[in-house]
Design a binder for this molecule. Structure first.
Ligand code: FAD
Length: 426
């Protein structure tokens, strides 16, 4: 038995094998002949969301085509493909996605299953772009779900609990370019008083901070422009922050070679929306991550709550990123709004690789953010003890319906594993 590790290597999965079926029939055979099975994407999650004590399956060897339909403005893709590969194929066909995460290295199905997101007041998470799914369920049946079907909103952010997604149909838009400008240093008073103005000042805004007294260290502003736009002069300052005069990495002191193009030079959407380039290690590599999603009416209160914890957070931290995400209506999405309209902010922590210390601090952060209605990112470290999972489930109004859907799609509970087994029981 070979041990399989996640990307960060902070977790050894409990599976006995990672299987790569070459057809849907072969996948169905694996599912029905194993008591415990779990889909595995590109292994970029930091917690036990993808874990199993059975076998893992990866779907990237099943029909790895990207089929673009420019009349319907959709792309049908193999769920195991990475966004980096999919986005190159889309760009070659003249179409684009509306959002990407900070890295293009993650698989489509894995990112969608955990409600992975990018940033932007009007930008919904990656799962919200899903128009259809093909999923192989617990008895080997292939189900095709389309937006509007009764089970659809429950199945998209599925946490791997409903079955193995083989194909995903994504909404696409005409291609566009993005320019990326970075500004250095924005005081806390400005951030607190002008938060909405700042996050709406570009298509996608990220605030990077070490929670020091002076405020945020970097403001990344990505602005969508028509495809083929020429580089133009960009403002030398934004509010009280001067423009960076050289390319920056979000992590203090790290060389920016791994980052996508900055300094206002427009480039294709897929080479600007992610912070990191496909052919380089994203972020640091030697790290852990945590993120909480908070309804944006609590944005300033949540920022204040974490600032008050700075003495405990800073010794373990590499960098925090604050982003905004528009709401969606997917049952288990951490950015789903009860009325489907309120947006969210994400408060993300890239930690040093000190797992016991980080895990000891997380309940304190979660208690501080609880009054703000914070939900943890499904793919990053959070307190996943049974009592904490009960609180997480209670933050999702449709959790009961999701549990019933999991029972219906997987009555023999083959797909239960990791903390998802604890969440759903089984
Ligand atoms: C450096 C770095 C940067 C990151 N940046 C961001 C970011 O900007 N925004 C953000 O929101 N997150 C971010 N993440 C988190 C990451 O996007 C999520 O953890 C995501 O789930 C990773 O996708 P994956 O393919 O690696 O999934 P995995 O970790 O392999 O699996 C995650 C879940 O998806 C399920 N799954 C995988 N494939 C399938 C399938 N075919 N069918 C059904 N279920 C499936 C698994 O069972 C599991 O439950 C980052 C992670 C790293 C390491």
């Amino acid at each position: 038995m070979t041990t399989t590790y996640n990307w960060s290597r902070n977790l050894a999965y409990g599976s006995s094998a990672v299987l790569r079926p070459r057809s849907t029939d072969e996948l169905a055979e694996i599912i029905t002949s194993n008591p415990r099975v779990r889909a595995l994407g590109s292994k970029h999650s930091f917690n036990r969301v993808a874990d199993t004590d059975g076998v893992h399956v990866q779907v990237d060897a099943i029909d790895s085509t990207v089929e673009v339909d420019t009349a319907a403005m959709t792309a049908s893709v193999n769920g195991g493909l990475r966004y980096g590969e999919v986005s190159q194929a889309l760009q070659a066909s003249g179409v684009a996605l509306g959002a990407m995460a900070s890295l293009p290295h993650i698989s489509v199905a894995g990112a969608v299953a955990t409600a992975t997101h990018g940033s932007g007041d009007a930008t919904r998470n990656l799962a919200a772009a899903v128009r259809g799914l093909e999923i192989v369920t617990g008895d080997g049946t292939v189900r095709t779900l389309t937006r509007g079907d009764a089970d659809f909103a429950g199945a998209v952010v599925g946490l791997g609990a409903l079955g193995v997604v083989t194909r995903v149909v994504l909404d696409v838009v005409p291609t566009y370019d993005v320019r990326q400008d970075v500004y250095l240093g924005l005081g806390w008073d400005t951030v607190r008083e002008r938060f909405d103005e700042i996050t709406s000042s570009a298509t996608s805004v990220s605030l990077f901070t070490s929670w020091g007294p002076d405020g945020v260290d970097q403001v990344w502003r990505k602005t969508a422009v028509p495809a083929g736009s020429a580089a133009t002069e960009f403002p030398r300052s934004y509010l009280d922050a001067p423009a960076a005069t050289e390319a920056m990495h979000p992590l203090p002191g790290v060389d920016a070679t791994a980052c996508t193009g900055q300094l206002g030079v427009p480039g294709p959407w897929n080479e600007r929306l992610p912070h990191f380039r496909l052919d380089f290690t994203p972020s640091n590599g030697e790290e852990l991550q945590t993120e909480y999603l908070v309804p944006r009416r609590h944005a300033v209160a949540a920022i204040d709550a974490v600032r008050a914890l700075a003495p405990q957070v800073q010794p373990l931290l590499q960098i925090t990123e604050i982003r905004t995400i528009a709401a969606d209506d997917l049952w288990m999405s951490s950015t789903s709004g009860e009325d489907g309209h309120e947006g969210f902010i994400g408060i993300h922590f890239t930690w040093k690789k000190l797992q016991p210390e980080v895990e000891a601090l997380l309940p304190t952060i979660e208690a501080a953010l609880a009054p703000c209605g914070a939900r943890p990112h499904w793919g990053k470290l959070f307190d996943d003890s049974p009592s904490a999972l009960g609180r997480v489930a209670a933050a999702y109004p449709r959790f009961g319906d999701f549990a019933a859907l999991a029972e219906r799609y997987d009555p023999e509970q083959r797909f239960r594993g990791g903390f998802v087994a604890d969440l759903l029981g089984g």
